[in-house]
Design a protein around this ligand. Structure first.
Ligand SMILES: NC(=O)c1ccc[n+]([C@@H]2O[C@H](COP(=O)([O-])OP(=O)(O)OC[C@H]3O[C@@H](n4cnc5c(N)ncnc54)[C@H](OP(=O)(O)O)[C@@H]3O)[C@@H](O)[C@H]2O)c1
Ligand SMILES: *[C@@H]1O[C@H](CO)[C@@H](O)[C@H](O)[C@H]1NC(C)=O
Length: 215
């Protein structure tokens, strides 16, 4: 009887030690990822990465928030998305609110390799310290979120669009921006993924979650 309890207490001790280690690891990681950078990597550090930040999908949602926050911290901003009027309006807004310079590039990331020449040309000569790969879409069309893949109008096109926009754009933008970051030994790249990319196969969002797993 007694030896059985010894085994159980040993198991309990190991489990408790495991939980303690996991907990400590979680706290240490939170401090390292979220708190330390606030001290060590303030606005001066951010500006030292390079004068410009490039944000894809910069005219609404998360991309817009990144564009404003980076401008507030002293970077000039290149905004990239489809609608020229939204780009112009958001660029004016950033200049007015934060007093930074802006540049806009109109591009549709559902396109293939052919769109990147113009983006590269638009970025030429800029010292880019930060790239935010934010652009992304769920299935195309209205009410796309709750529609089955096979119910999309132009299936082949939709599949190509979502892969190009969510995955290809990330890798291609890195190809354009990384060389000058490497040669300066400075720079930050932020890839915006999704919780949907952390699990395998979200119902009705399989392709979206796969592209986000890629990111
Ligand atoms: N919102 C969420 O709850 C959530 C959760 C997890 C992850 N995310 C991810 O976060 C990122 C941003 O999401 P969001 O909800 O903030 O986006 P959003 O509000 O829909 O904004 C999308 C931005 O991207 C631009 N855009 C859309 N399609 C484009 C295309 N084909 N080519 C170029 N620009 C395009 C839009 O401007 P134009 O229409 O003018 O092009 C707009 O500026 C995405 O990668 C998304 O997957 C979002
Ligand atoms: C962002 O994506 C690019 C291209 O896929 C990749 O090379 C890079 O390591 C990613 N960066 C981060 C921080 O995940």
């Amino acid at each position: 009887m007694e030896s059985k309890w010894d085994v159980l207490s040993a198991l309990g001790a190991i489990t408790a030690a495991g939980l303690l280690l996991t907990g400590t690891w979680g706290v240490a990681r939170a401090v390292y990822v979220y708190l330390l950078p606030q001290v060590r990597r303030g606005n001066a550090w951010l500006r030292a990465q390079g004068a410009w930040a490039v944000v894809t999908g910069a005219t609404s949602g998360i991309g817009k928030a990144y564009a404003h926050e980076l401008a507030r911290r002293g970077l000039d901003i290149v905004l990239i998305s489809r609608s020229l009027s939204k780009l112009e309006q958001e660029a004016r807004e950033i200049e007015r609110l934060h007093g930074r310079s802006t540049r806009i590039i109109q591009a549709d990331f559902t396109g293939g390799l052919e769109i990147y020449g113009a983006i590269e040309a638009g970025l030429r000569g800029l010292e880019i310290g930060v790239l935010v790969n934010n652009v992304g879409m769920a299935y195309g069309g209205r009410g796309g979120v709750f529609r089955k893949l096979l119910d999309l109008e132009d299936l082949g096109q939709s599949v190509s669009d979502i892969i190009n926009c969510n995955a290809m754009s990330v890798a291609q933008m890195v190809c354009i921006v990384l060389p000058q970051m490497v040669s300066r030994g400075k720079g930050v790249i932020i890839n915006v993924s999704s919780q949907a990319g952390c699990r395998r196969g979200i119902p009705l969002r399989a392709l979206y979650s796969a592209t986000k797993a890629f990111v």
